[in-house]
Design a protein around this ligand. Structure first.
Ligand SMILES: *Cc1c(COP(=O)(O)O)cnc(C)c1O
Length: 379
């Protein structure tokens, strides 16, 4: 039996809510289901204001617009991340200044940030890799000291915490993803999290194609028009209806994913003790939201062979980011500063199958196969 890398989970109510949205006659954005989803996040995580978006990429683009990022501004972020983290700011003209990953885990090395700050620096964008929080206190202190904004790319960080604060709610702005590979999904979808009052009004305008339509519908003004830049960042009610079914089940989804994570961890710990590979690290002030289970192989060669070995047994494991500072698009602008830890995770990290319906028996099989691989290697 094939064990895929990911399998989108359906709670069973998605099409019921979509049908309700369809027959209620409001299909475009910002209707009943959009409000239900936003209210869910504002109540459960006490976020000041949230706006559903068509993707996390879009939510990050909105952040770059809200911060008025322009040509000549610099934005600091990890190199070991998805393209969107950088792209959202590059589109506004920013220069990206990449930070290396940590020594013992892939998140950005917060101690390497300060020396990269100069008069052009506008923002820091921490990425909570695998849903494990970046050391946010240090970042917020730097932001205070140098008058910078902090945008959390919490695409993988739904329902995870830093010192009891939900991710996305620690910086000035934050973004979630509901792409089908994430914990709660909508096919494609995202959320902008606004933690400062001063951004709320403008965020609503950017969201609705640069118009003050949201104030109009609240009865605050008697006609609406073009007042700012923006785009069509809001998803249709069909997407929101799907997402709402997922949100109703978030606790069950999280419980199962976290349990799967521990099942992997307990199964593979002996290999870590033998020095054959490394397991994920959940740092002291962070929680684990069961977004991802990865191992770090000892060599690139080990990883390539293990991927093949697993594939022959119908188990699909995949590596992850390629350092953005080495990408075709950005390496010449980056200019050669070496980021060895980011490259190390690009070349050694391997993600194992992780999804709600993954059974413990399947995890046992994956663990057994990995053990077979390592014992066959030494003989
Ligand atoms: C998934 C992901 C994104 C992109 O999310 P979309 O909703 O697909 O736009 C951005 N950043 C990180 C870290 C991600 O994991």
């Amino acid at each position: 039996m094939k064990i895929p890398f990911n399998k989108p989970y359906l709670t069973g109510k998605e099409t019921f809510y979509i049908q309700d949205a369809v027959y209620s006659g409001h299909l475009s954005g910002n209707g009943k289901y959009t409000k239900k989803c936003q209210t869910f996040f504002e109540e459960k995580y006490k976020f000041k204001k949230t706006l559903l978006t068509t993707s996390c990429t879009d939510a990050l683009e909105m952040c770059a617009m809200l911060l008025d990022i322009k040509e000549g501004d610099e934005v600091i972020m990890p190199s070991y991340t998805f393209v969107s983290t950088a792209l959202a700011f590059v589109r506004q003209g920013a220069k990206i200044v990449f930070v290396d990953s940590g020594k013992s885990q892939p998140n950005m090395d917060v101690d390497a940030i300060e020396s990269l700050i100069n008069n052009n620096t506008k923002a820091i964008v921490p990425v909570h890799y695998a849903g494990v929080a970046v050391e946010m206190d240090k970042i917020m202190q730097l932001a205070d000291r140098y008058n910078l904004y902090v945008v959390e790319d919490a695409a993988q960080g739904v329902d995870s915490y830093y010192k009891n604060k939900p991710l996305g709610g620690v910086g000035h702005l934050g973004a979630f993803s509901f792409h089908e590979t994430k914990n709660v999904i909508a096919g494609e979808g995202g959320l902008l999290i606004i933690n400062e009052d001063k951004f709320i009004e403008r965020a609503e305008i950017l969201w609705e194609k640069g118009t003050n339509r949201a104030s109009f519908f609240r009865g605050e003004i008697n006609k609406y028009g073009w007042v700012d830049t923006g785009s069509s960042f809001l998803p249709s009610e069909l997407t929101a209806a799907f997402l709402f079914a997922q949100l109703e089940n978030i606790e069950e989804i999280q419980k199962k994913r976290i349990s799967n994570w521990h099942h992997y961890y307990n199964g593979l710990i002996s290999l870590e003790k033998e020095g054959k590979l490394k397991l994920p690290v959940v740092t002291e002030n962070a929680t684990n939201n069961g977004h991802m289970f990865y191992i770090v192989c000892n060599s690139e060669n080990d990883r390539a062979q293990l991927i093949d070995f697993l594939k022959k047994k119908n188990i699909f494991a995949v590596f992850h980011y390629l350092s953005l500072h080495n990408s075709n698009y950005y390496s010449s602008i980056h200019g050669g500063r070496e980021l060895p830890q980011s490259d190390y995770y690009s070349n050694h990290l391997l993600r194992l199958p992780m999804y709600y319906e993954l059974e413990e028996l399947s995890i046992d099989k994956i663990v057994k196969t990995i053990k077979e691989f390592y014992s066959s290697k030494t003989t």
